[in-house]
Ligand binder design. Sequence first.
Ligand SMILES: Nc1ncnc2c1ncn2[C@@H]1O[C@H](COP(=O)(O)OP(=O)(O)OP(=O)(O)O)[C@@H](O)[C@H]1O
Length: 533
Amino acid sequence: MEAPSTTDALMTLMTCRSENELRAVMLKTVLASTKAQAIAVYLPDITGRKLIPFACDGGLPVARLPQLDNEVGTERFRELDVLQTEPFYFGKTPNSAKAQDLSTALFCRHGALVAHRILLETTEGQNTHNQVYVFLLVSAGSAPRLQEEHHTLHVLWRSYFHLSPLLHSLENLQKTEETQVEKSKHQKGQVDSMLSDSLVGRSPQIIQVREKIAQYAQNKYAVLVQGETGAGKEVVARSLHRLSQFSEGPFIAENIAALPENLIESELFGYKKGAFTGAIENRDGLVKRASGGTLFLDEIGDLSVDLQVKLLRILQEKKLRPLGGSKDEAVDFRLICATHVNLKQAIEEGKFRADLFYRITQLTIDVPPLRRREGDRVYLARYFLQEIAVSNGDTSKTLSEEAIAVLEAAELKGNVRELQNCMIKAVFLALDTDEISGSILKQAMNEQVPAVVASDNQISSVASEKGYDGLLLAEQGLRTVVSNFELDLLRNVYSQFEGDRSKMADFLKIPKRTLANKLSKFNCQTMEFDHEN
Ligand SMILES: Nc1ncnc2c1ncn2[C@@H]1O[C@H](COP(=O)(O)OP(=O)(O)OP(=O)(O)O)[C@@H](O)[C@H]1O
């Protein structure tokens, strides 16, 4: 076989991708170029007195090669030695007990050795080996072209010691990159699992929402979360907070619509003692309390235009002046707002300021209604059944085929909240059975408090169930009967949930804003229900 040219040999070396590969290819290349049977390569140690095995092919493994005294280098070994006739001994002296034929020591067989001492240039400032000792076992009687061979080896080993540190750095870089990729995969895995635990669902639509949350969580921009009531806007806001740099700080949530109009300002921005009658001490507002964390303002569309101006100033200047205060106080928080109304329309109607709109919608997340999430109803229903079972220390109930069909056909205007309530009711209606049937599920759905948007017929039929007779209806008219019924219902729900508005709104499947409106309509902010209406 024709020996490869030096250029070809160099090209082959340059295709190597790791130090190990380079070393193996180098030895093969040298064997091919010199037509030797075996090769052992040595480097001098730091003192220069010993030669340390570095690489080999065709003989003993490197670990079993002996160290050599560098007498070869100093006394007997010239730059190029052909040791074909005389055995080449190493050891203290050729006659000492330790003396041994070098070819046997290196290759376990006595044979003709060619030894090259290759002088490399040292690169200033770099710890480059400046000599390489190459021992080749050649066929007896072969006549190597020694000078030419020596030149080739010189070129190859020089190139080797240039390429080797480059590959070493490349490998380190790759390892670092791989570790970073692994690390970020691991982090992504953690984020994914945290998000799919809180924002449950596997529809492409909800997966997209989760992706947006993961993407937006790491920055400080304000986020507007839009979606129908009960769709999970607050769940999204909480997830954003948990994944953000503010996660160690507080998550302060407030529903603007649920706050009485006259209290919104002091609740949000706080006040100083004496700012108004009843301000008997300094009190931090929600904005101040959210400092270092996240402020979640639900139903932001309900903020009065005056307060919109004040909020905008705070967002722009990161400073807050409480009611009755004379100094600005620094605040730093991430703002997340939610709305189920179209804010652009509110701007057109003059109810919402465009400048605030742009400030709070640096990023937006649309939470799709349940009806637009393919496959999530049943998935979520099973999830809630499991959750209920865990909290009851029970085994999870299953859904019959019929129940699944009922679920798929249901309107679920109250979105996930309605579905969750339905499942709670269904579990308690199906106490004696492990499976929730279609009829139980229908019953659970019907047991939900009639929707505020229920038709007159539905209302009068519920009214008659509740004891409002037709006579009364004829006497007072539908409006009064319905109104009284609603008041009665609110009073019952109030006592059931001890005035907790969030729970009341959840139970009634209405936004807290609607609940707040109804309470003020009945003049019962304090739920001391005056029969005014
Ligand atoms: N994807 C989901 N996975 C698990 N639970 C959810 C999910 N979406 C919503 N929920 C649950 O549904 C209920 C309503 O969710 P949330 O309060 O976030 O809705 P919302 O859109 O903010 O409602 P509103 O507009 O009435 O304030 C909560 O009990 C919440 O835990």
